[in-house]
Design a protein around this ligand. Structure first.
Ligand code: FRU
Length: 470
């Protein structure tokens, strides 16, 4: 691989900036065969940098597009392609809405646009488009609302003011410039949400659709999908799902105009608790793989299914291991003698616990390290343990070593695991539960093993590939 010794964690097929800092994905749009990703760059003063991809695996950096000024930083937001020229900047102008974070803490909502496919942006001369004289009001995300052919925008009122509760405010506009307040989806727990978006998704297996509102609750350093109804004015929730059960999943955004009618999401793979303390090989920050979100009707409501974007299949090289119906016992790992090892792998497997008390898969194993995925069939708990997966979670991250989720009852555990040089993303129960975590193993730790404790288990199927972006 191309990475020097000094940079053992640079991802192969996840986006990370070549230099400098990155946090939230911003302004995800698709235009003329190109996926655009803008993102929060600048460790101390934030701005929007830009990258593009045609295959969602390899990305090209395109530089800073919305810079900060002496007194106003460019915080997170979203973008749209104005195909009807509602704003008057030109047909197919890319219009970005972002938060102006003033040095005195005030946050207002601003606009910048591009008429050359995202190469250059101009800040709108009459900014801000949503005025404010308070702080804690950020992350505007616009979308087209088909029923009345006008724009909507969600933006987070992170803290209540004298006249507005905390929550997600919804605005309406005919032209992306003039915005009218419609309602607030109230954050009753007062958790403080950041980075909202809102999109409609059909429910598979039912002749209906729901609106999905991802938010990032600040205190939990996580993402929730609020799912419910939206009538163009107000959002009403019916269900709330945890988007992911790992520690490194924040500030999810969605490609609003994806051509294949999928809902494709991207998330910052880090945690504010320790993001600024991680290793610093000259760059900091990595995104998850792009994931699709689908809804399925389920006995207890809706199931939210997340999968890696199909494009990731292109990164697979020939299988490095395949197993069919092999026993796993405390003394026998059916992977012994296979070629399966590496720092960039995809592993798909189904394991029946049989009489074992715990089954699992250890990845990035080496002389001194391991990252362990385990499953306890008696209570259905899936765990990820990175306590021995390298250092660097910083003083604030020391508690965040093992994470767990209860899976739906099943006879066999199915897992799809994506391993890159500094991450392990787990898709369990056919994508019904995911777990995303950073790890910082040494270069020697490339092993993979299957295990069963106190009894016998059977690996029904396993196929593993090396993933490469080249
Ligand atoms: C979320 C966040 C956003 C803000 C941005 C600043 O990670 O705090 O609310 O706009 O980061 O970079």
């Amino acid at each position: 691989d191309a990475n020097p010794e000094s940079d053992p964690w640079r991802p192969e097929y996840h986006f990370a900036p070549s230099t400098g800092w990155m946090n939230d994905p911003n302004g995800l749009i698709y235009h003329d065969g190109v996926y655009h990703l803008f993102y929060q760059a600048g460790e101390r003063r934030r701005r929007w940098d830009h990258a593009t991809s045609s295959d969602l695996v390899t990305w090209t950096e395109r530089g800073t597009k919305i810079p900060d000024t002496d007194s106003i930083q460019a915080f997170s937001g979203g973008a749209v392609v104005d195909s009807r020229n509602t704003a008057g900047f030109g047909t197919d102008a890319i219009v970005a809405l972002y938060t102006g974070h003033h040095d005195d803490g005030t946050e207002d909502q601003r606009l910048a646009y591009s008429t050359d496919d995202g190469e250059t942006f101009q800040k709108y001369e009459n900014n801000p488009v949503i005025e404010s004289n308070t702080g804690e009001f950020r992350d505007p995300n616009p979308f087209w609302y088909e029923p009345d052919e006008s724009w909507r925008l969600v933006v987070s009122r992170v803290e209540a003011t004298d006249d507005r509760p905390a929550g997600i405010e919804i605005y309406r506009s005919p032209n992306l410039l003039d915005w009218t307040y419609e309602s607030t989806y109230v954050d009753e727990a007062g958790a403080g949400w950041e980075c909202p978006s809102l999109f409609e998704r059909p429910v598979e297996g039912a002749d209906e659709a729901r609106w999905v509102l991802p938010v990032s609750p600040i205190e939990h350093r996580s993402v929730e999908y609020h799912i419910g109804r939206f009538d163009g004015t107000a959002f009403v929730d019916e269900e709330v799902h945890s988007a992911d059960h790992g520690y490194d999943f924040y500030a999810t955004q969605q490609w609003g105009n994806e051509p294949a009618d999928r809902d494709l999401l991207l998330t910052w793979m880090n945690n504010w608790e320790y993001a600024m303390e991680g290793p610093d090989p000259g760059w900091r920050g990595v995104m998850t793989v792009p994931r699709t979100l689908t809804l399925e009707a389920d006995d207890n409501g809706l199931a939210v299914i997340q999968r890696p974007a199909e494009e990731l299949v292109c990164a697979r090289r020939d299988p490095v291991a395949e197993l069919h119906s092999e026993p796993i016992t405390p003394g026998r790992d059916p992977l012994d003698g296979t070629e399966l090892a590496g720092r960039t792998l995809e592993i798909e497997t189904t394991i029946t616990p049989q009489s074992a008390s715990t089954i699992g898969l250890a990845v990035r194993t080496g002389p001194e390290q391991e990252s362990v995925i385990s499953y306890d069939p008696t209570d259905g708990t899936l765990r990820f343990d990175r306590s021995n997966a390298g250092e660097f979670f910083g003083s604030n991250g020391t508690e965040r070593e093992t994470t767990a989720v209860e899976l739906p009852p099943t006879d066999a555990l199915d897992l799809r695991v994506l391993i890159d040089r500094c991450s392990v993303e787990i898709f369990a129960a056919n994508g019904r539960h995911t777990m995303t975590n950073l790890v910082y193993p040494d270069r020697e730790s490339t092993g993979v093993s299957l295990f069963a404790e106190d009894g016998v288990a059977r690996v029904e199927e396993l196929v593993a590939y090396t993933l490469s972006a080249e």
